[in-house]
Structures are given as structure tokens and as C-alpha cells.
Design a protein around this ligand. Structure first.
Ligand code: AMP
Length: 281
């Protein structure tokens, strides 16, 4: 497994793959890898000849009061996991390579109508930073396919739109959300949770599942379904809700009437840890 740091080495590696006519899959991550990330890696290996995983804690997607400095960096453990999975290369660039200019002064990529909703309200920097980074990654590594988790459903939808709008010739593959045994969506930030918080966090999935069951029992009012989720989550005040919505999976606009295929999206804080989750009806 190659570890690529410089853009020059990366371009050379990528060109060699192209010359051989091999297909290339890219899995962008911020490291601190878990089974959710590895599921993307396995899907890339299933669909592509060569798999490259990028590991970069992207400064432009963190707000000034967010956890950029504290975000877990576990390169050694990550490399071992990826080697075991048979990954061909890790791309781990420096901030100076990704952002030769100061992040804020650099060219921005912004998907206005989708980036200002939901997570974009409480994290106004977030999707702008994600799009700045992912568009740069796609230029460094012109993969055939790039793999993203449905866990970050708004992010996945925004990246699909960015790729369409900017005519980037990479196929975006959405992969299913992987959960802990208690139902909590796996996330690098779960390691911030204390034992009781980890148990409490499983309520997110339980509440979403109950709402989905109500839908299958005949309830089609989006208002009733989302109100039910909120009341289940805030019952003992442990979870500080950010938002809970039922949306169209392509436009991300809120749906008044629930229908099969619509997406429940929920976000909240347990202590200082922000968690998101999603379930398809
Ligand atoms: P991150 O390192 O948090 O930026 O995530 C990198 C990629 O892994 C993103 O496409 C995420 O959506 C995906 N991912 C993170 N957690 C999960 C999960 N529990 N299940 C599936 N994909 C995930």
C-alpha cells in the first residue's frame, strides 16, 4: 500500500493507473476510521480495480468554535486497517497542498440552495468547506467513482449536485449507513461520548425507527411523524435537538406528506457531541 503525501507523487501514481486502463475508486475521509468507512472501502474494491482512500482533516469545514484541533487523528491505526482491507494507496496531503492560499481567500465552491438548509444552519461553514475540499480531491485524483456514506445524507446530495453542476466526470456512489450494535450511527465523533451518553445516543435510531413504523402503520403526516421523533428524543432532556425533518431525497425540500423513499433527517447534541442520523421511509 502506497502512502502518498505530495501532489506530484499522487499525480504520477494516478497516471500510471490510467495508463494501465484500470478503474479507480476514491474514498474521501477525515480518518479515525471505523466500520462505516471500511464499508465504503469494500464497496470501492468491489466496483473498481484500484482503491485510494484520502485522509485529511479539512480545516475549512470546521467553524471557529468547532473541534478541528481536538478531532481524532489516528493515522497509524488507520493505515493498518486499510492495509488489511487491501487498499492500494492512502492520499494524505498537507493543508498547504490542499489550500495553497489561506482557506478563506481561496476559490470557493458553494451549492447555495442545499448548503444553507438543516446542518448548514447551525454549521454555516460546513458544506462550503466540504465542497472546497472534495472538488480539489477530485482534481488531484480523477477517479471513475467516489464513495460516500448515506449517513451524511445532506452532504451526499450536495456532492452529487456539485458534480453534476461542475460537469466533473466522477460517478458518486452512496453507501448504506453502518450502525453500532445499539443502533447508533457509527461516527468518528462517537469516541467523544461517555458510556451513558453512548447508551442514550441509541435513542436517535429508536425514534427514527418508531416513526418509520408509524408510517408503515398508516400515518402519512410529516408533522406528526417528526413531532413524535422530537418528543421521544427530548423526553428526559438528554438530547438537545437541532432539527428533525422529512425530506425529498433529491431536492432535500421538506415533504408535508410522507411517502415511501422519503428521508428522515435528524441532528442534535448529546453533551458537547453533535450527532446526525437518517432513515429512509
Ligand atoms: P468522515 O471521515 O466523517 O468525513 O466520513 C468519510 C465518509 O465516510 C463519508 O462519506 C461519510 O458519510 C462516511 N461514513 C461515516 N460514517 C459512516 C457510517 N456510519 N456508515 C456509512 N458511511 C459512513
Amino acid at each position: 500500500m502506497k502512502i502518498l503525501h505530495s501532489l506530484c507523487d499522487t499525480r504520477h501514481f494516478v497516471n500510471e493507473i490510467k495508463k494501465k486502463g484500470l478503474s479507480m475508486g476514491l474514498v474521501p475521509t477525515m480518518g479515525a476510521l471505523h466500520e462505516g468507512h471500511l464499508s465504503l472501502v469494500r464497496e470501492s474494491k468491489r466496483q473498481c480495480d484500484v482503491t485510494i482512500v484520502s485522509i485529511f482533516v479539512n480545516p475549512t469545514q470546521f467553524g471557529p468554535k468547532e473541534d478541528f484541533k481536538a478531532y481524532p487523528r489516528t493515522m497509524d491505526e488507520d493505515s493498518i486497517l486499510l492495509k488489511k482491507e487491501g487498499v492500494d494507496a492512502i492520499f494524505s496531503p498537507s493543508s498547504d497542498d490542499m489550500y495553497p492560499q489561506d482557506g478563506l481567500a481561496a476559490t470557493q465552491v458553494f451549492v447555495p440552495e442545499l448548503s444553507t438548509l438543516y446542518c448548514g444552519v447551525s454549521r454555516p461553514h460546513f458544506f462550503n468547506g466540504v465542497c472546497m475540499l472534495v472538488s480539489r480531491l477530485f482534481h488531484c485524483i480523477p477517479a471513475d467513482k467516489a464513495f460516500f456514506g448515506e449517513k451524511d445524507f445532506q452532504q451526499l446530495t450536495i456532492i452529487k449536485k456539485m458534480v453534476r453542476d461542475l460537469l466533473i466526470p466522477i460517478h458518486i456512489v452512496g453507501c448504506p449507513l453502518i450502525r453500532e450494535k445499539n443502533g447508533l450511527a457509527m461516527s468518528s465523533r462517537n469516541r467523544y461520548l461517555s458510556g451513558p451518553e453512548f447508551d442514550e445516543a441509541s435513542r436517535l435510531y429508536l425514534a427514527l425507527s418508531e416513526a418509520r413504523q408509524s408510517f408503515y402503520n398508516g400515518e402519512t403526516s410529516s408533522h406528526i411523524l417528526t413531532t413524535r421523533i422530537r418528543s421521544l428524543l427530548i423526553r428526559n432532556g438528554y438530547i438537545n435537538m437541532d432539527y428533525c425533518v422529512l425530506v425529498n431525497p433529491v431536492t432535500l425540500q421538506e415533504e408535508a406528506v410522507a411517502r415511501k423513499g422519503a428521508r428522515l433527517l435528524v441532528a442534535g447534541w448529546i453533551g458537547k457531541t453533535r450527532l446526525i442520523d437518517t432513515l429512509m421511509l
